[in-house]
Design a protein around this ligand. Structure first.
Ligand code: AHR
Length: 503
């Protein structure tokens, strides 16, 4: 017998307007993300700047609104000045975070060019590990000041008359992590971030700043770190960051699929901490969240340990994603949408080759991994107002997580086009889920399409030779009667039910 669930959404029960930046991504100088990923001048499809056009096309299809750069752990020992000026005088450096050699062939200007070509904005992370306020203020003067000062004139002399106008800046990366070059205590970081932020805003008051939260819910510093950092920087920053990766090392798929419930809890805890500091300070300002690293990451852990150090662009963190990973990514996207009132920035970590939806071969083809598809669908159809999902679903328990609803879902209403999109995952590995969706106040609706991503083999994945193994299809089973939708969600599936209001 099929499982049965009910869901109701109402146009007036709004979570919040989805900030387009929720569908951001991340490119770090790590592995083949930059060299062999976005940049490969010898590739037959490279443009005149050395950027791979096949990769650019796939990024453009995703409509990625913002890309965090240049790291990640990389940034904490990176000197941004190594990446500017004539290429032949740029130094090669030992890259300490990932123990490679960084040739500095791509830096701020080239990345800004790439972002422009990809139709995306840059989210620049400054180094608060080995550097501080002075380098940060120089970087923003170089990037954003129109001219007439040392650093802005230097940019102009490098061939970039127009400022890059980078609006969103991260104040370091994962500064609580013992793996971080220049790790700090919460008090050290809170002060450093606050002073860097002040100096940067003096140069360009229009910027938005992201302070580092703990590098994960599992960190012993979690919660106390957030409270202390915000206590010391509240007036200077706009966002607090969250990072989370999930894996299925134990081969326990029901638990793996339930991880997004922990993501919900993580987000809600960080919101509570932000609001605690707000209350403590009697502040009128609300801090929003930047979930600027999230994904599945575990497949490549073993092979990464075997790589020799000090190579240029070795194949690091090249997770090959399967069908069940796509379901987890879908659930994580739904989690972000369910908190769209507070999470304004999200960055799928990462974009190309490194734990990425897009893979490439050096000199060869580029293809979409399974996780490309839920990300694509959410980015294309998940813009507008996120609506509160009222869900009645059968549930299951795992050893670790209890009361896991089989149905994970959220709806987004795009008022301008009258479109409603339901994103839904059926977590059941054995049964279809018959779902009745009550659209109440929307009146009569019609079905545009029901997209399904599923595969009888949860471990199925795409490769260069077989890029279409995990591929979405239209023609999912949904019928609409007035404002009621009856949808059948196949077992272990990601669903996108697109509807149009017609009265
Ligand atoms: O995205 C890979 C790495 O994960 C990033 O460099 C770091 O910030 C996080 O630990």
């Amino acid at each position: 017998m099929a499982l049965q669930a009910k869901m109701a959404v109402d146009r007036d029960f709004v979570i919040g307007r989805v900030d387009n930046r929720l569908y951001g991504s991340f490119i770090e100088h790590l592995g083949r993300a930059v060299y062999g990923g976005i940049y490969e001048p010898e590739h037959p499809l490279a443009d005149s700047s050395g950027f791979r056009r096949d990769v650019l096309d796939m990024v453009k299809k995703l409509q990625v609104p913002i890309v965090r750069y240049p790291g990640g752990n990389f940034v904490s020992a990176y000197d941004w000045k190594d990446g500017i000026g004539p290429r032949d005088s740029r130094p090669s450096r030992l890259e300490l975070a990932w123990r490679t050699v960084e040739p500095n062939l791509v830096g701020m200007n080239e990345f800004a060019d790439w972002a422009k070509a990809a139709g995306t904005d840059v989210m620049w992370a400054i180094n608060l590990g080995t550097q501080g306020m002075e380098d940060a203020r120089q970087a923003i003067e170089y990037a954003n000041h129109p001219g007439g000062s040392y650093w802005s004139d230097l940019r102009i002399s490098h061939g970039y008359k127009e400022p890059h106008g980078i609006k969103t800046w991260c104040l370091g990366n994962e500064m609580d992590g013992p793996w971080q070059i220049g790790q700090k205590t919460a008090a050290e970081y809170g002060r450093a971030a606050s002073e860097a932020a002040k100096a940067m805003r003096q140069v360009d008051p229009s910027i938005e700043l992201v302070a580092c939260g703990s590098s994960g819910l599992g960190m012993p510093t979690f919660a106390e770190w957030e409270a202390t950092v915000l206590d010391l920087s509240y007036d200077q920053v706009d966002y607090l960051s969250l990072h989370q990766y999930y894996g299925n090392h134990e081969g326990d798929t029901p638990t793996f699929l339930a991880r997004s419930l922990q993501m919900d809890e993580f987000i809600e805890s960080v919101v509570a901490i932000c609001d605690y500091v707000k209350a403590k300070k009697r502040s009128k300002k609300r801090i929003h969240l930047s979930f600027d690293e999230w994904n599945v990451w575990y497949h490549s852990n073993e092979s990464d340990r075997k790589l020799d150090p000090w190579q240029i662009a070795p194949p690091q963190l090249e997770d090959v994603y399967n069908m069940e990973d796509a379901l987890v990514v879908g659930c994580m996207l739904i989690s972000l949408l369910k908190h769209a009132d507070r999470v304004h920035i999200g960055c799928l970590a990462q974009l190309v080759n490194v734990i990425a939806p897009i893979m490439t071969e050096n000199g060869g083809s580029a293809w979409a991994q399974s996780i490309y598809y839920p990300y694509l669908h959410a980015s294309l159809f998940g813009r507008g107002q996120a609506l509160v999902p009222l869900i009645r679903s059968p549930k299951y328990d795992t050893k670790e997580i209890t009361d896991v609803p089989y149905l994970e879902s959220v709806a987004v209403h795009r008022e301008e086009t009258g479109e409603i999109t339901i994103f839904a995952v059926n977590r059941s590995l054995d049964e279809e889920l018959l779902t009745e969706i009550d659209l109440r106040s929307f009146g009569t609706c019609s079905l545009i399409e029901h997209i399904v991503l599923d595969n009888p083999d949860l471990k199925a994945f795409n490769t260069a030779a077989r890029p279409d193994t995990v591929l979405p299809r239209t023609g999912g089973s949904s019928t609409v009667d007035g404002s009621k939708v009856a949808a059948s969600l196949p077992k272990a599936s990601w669903n996108v039910i697109r509807l149009r209001t017609i009265s």
